[in-house]
Structure formats: C-alpha cells, structure tokens
Design a protein around this ligand. Structure first.
Ligand SMILES: C[S@@+](CC[C@H](N)C(=O)[O-])C[C@H]1O[C@@H](n2cnc3c(N)ncnc32)[C@H](O)[C@@H]1O
Length: 268
C-alpha cells in the first residue's frame, strides 16, 4: 500500500488527542506544583514510574529532549522539576497539550514538530538526556532514530527508551483487546499494513487509528549498540491495557549511554 506512515500517524495522533487518549491527557496543575517542590515521577513504559537513578542527579543542569513524547505529560513534569526541556513530536495536537500546560502553569518549555528519524533541527551534542517513551512502534525503521539520538546527545549523556515487546504482536488483536485470551496469529516482524487487511483494521480501530510496526530486539537493542551506545540499564512492565498483562511483559525499557572518550570512568 502506498501510504506515508509518518503523515498518516500525524493525523491519527491529532485525532487521538480529540478522543482523549490516555497518552494525550495533560498533567494537572497539582502535579506541576509537586514537581516544582521536588516531588515528581514520569513513566517510560506502561504505568511504571522510571527509576530516579536513570536521570541526571541535578535536573537543573540538564538539557532534556522529550522525543516523541507530546501529550502534556513528561515534558512539563520534567520542566517543573527544573530541567531545560524540548518536546519533539510528530503531532501538532500532541504538542499543543505541552504548550497548554506550559501556559497554564508558567513553565519554560520548547516544542518542535517533526519525525523522530530526522533530528537535523538540533546541533550535535545538544542534550544531556533523550527521554523517549513508547513510540517507536509508529515508525517503520529504527536505525536513523538511534543514530540521531546518539548525535544530539553530549558525551556521557543518556537515552532512556521504552518500547513494545515484539512478542505482543504475535497475537490476534480482537483476542488481545476483548476476550482476554491469547491467540497466536501473526509472524514477526509485524506491521499493521502487511498483516491486517484494511477492512479489518477499519472494523477494529476505525479508519484513523495510528499504524504500528513491531521491531525485533536486535533492531531495538542491537540497533542502539550499533549506533555506539552502551546499554547500562534494563526494565520491563506489563502492557497497560491489553490481555498480555499477566502472561508476558508488554514493554521493555533501556538506559543507554553515549560514551565520553575523555571520561575517566566507564559509562554507568
Ligand atoms: C504513546 S504516545 C507517547 C507520548 C506520551 N506522553 C507517553 O507517555 O507515552 C506516542 C507519541 O509518538 C508520537 N509519534 C508517532 N510517530 C512519530 C514520529 N515519526 N516522530 C515523532 N513522534 C512520533 C505521537 O504523535 C505520540 O505523541
């Protein structure tokens, strides 16, 4: 099918905002106030707060790129906690949610529209942290994402990335979303475009749902290593909504460091 997944997913995520998608609902003024007082947490996978040790010790010194992380959630929270935050996302409406919180609560935060495979709007060595919650299922290939993250990070900087366990895509969608049974149906790697006929997609999710791609662990973790990262942290969490929860982890998360050639100590 001749369809641009990034253009399709831009419009699709804009509509998710109007539908009140869980990942598009801005944090409250109370969450921002607590973060300002030093009491904050953000999620990278499912509903699981990220280990505080995965972040720089002092956020006030940190330039953070929240990558494909619109929706008014992690960006404003990290900005309230003291970081200099840029939120980059492919959906204008998702970025509106971040700007809404920034205006409402007087936060300094920059938003940039674009495709996560092309971060050329940012100079080399611009950030101390790239925070990338579960989103790379919406792009067909990951090599450019890892290379760009590596380029825009400063030496010693870290990439926190959440992604879907590819095994989740083995299962029939109706079974996953409805009856609570797991029915093996799809060979991996999976893509909505090649594995599910358009009529079925439309029946299941409507004409305007985002398109998803599974990515192998070699593409996820091997890809980060190939880009030059050293993976120093790993976590998993159940899927936040589908029937795989209780059977297998729905998500994985990695903490990967760009080595500092001048650094006296190895990456941690
Ligand atoms: C599940 S939401 C993640 C944001 C959310 N705040 C969270 O906590 O996970 C996925 C995000 O990825 C964005 N996205 C999809 N494709 C993208 C692309 N090619 N480049 C940048 N962002 C993209 C969507 O617009 C959406 O905001």
């Amino acid at each position: 099918m001749n369809l641009d997944p990034v253009l399709h997913n831009r419009a699709a995520w804009d509509r998710q905002v109007d539908k009140g998608n869980e990942w598009s609902r801005p944090v409250s003024a109370e969450t921002v106030a607590r973060a300002r007082a030093g009491d904050w947490s953000v999620v990278l996978i499912g509903h699981q707060p990220v280990d505080r040790a995965w972040f720089p010790a002092d956020l006030a010194d940190a330039d953070i790129l929240c990558l494909a992380s619109g929706g008014g959630q992690q960006g404003p929270t990290l900005a309230a906690a003291g970081a200099r935050v840029t939120v980059f996302d492919n959906s204008p409406r998702q970025l509106d949610q971040d700007e809404l919180v920034a205006r409402r609560d007087g936060l300094a935060l920059r938003t940039v529209l674009g495709d996560m495979r092309d971060l050329s709007v940012f100079a080399d060595d611009s950030f101390d942290l790239v925070f990338n919650p579960v989103s790379n299922l919406f792009v067909p290939e990951l090599g450019p994402v890892w290379r760009e993250c590596f380029r825009v990070l400063r030496p010693g900087g870290a990439l926190l990335c959440g992604f879907v366990n590819p095994d989740v895509y083995l299962f029939d969608h109706e079974a996953l979303d409805g009856r609570g049974e797991l029915l093996v149906r799809h060979r991996l790697p999976y893509s909505d475009l090649t594995h599910v006929p358009a009529e079925e997609r439309e029946r299941l999710w409507g004409p305007d749902a985002p398109l998803e791609y599974s990515h192998s662990l070699a593409e996820q973790i091997g890809g980060q290593l190939a880009a030059g990262f050293v993976v120093v942290g790993f976590a998993e969490a159940p899927h936040h909504s589908d029937a795989t929860a209780g059977w297998l982890p729905g998500y994985f998360a990695t903490r990967a460091v760009k080595p500092d050639p001048a650094g006296a100590t190895p990456p941690r």
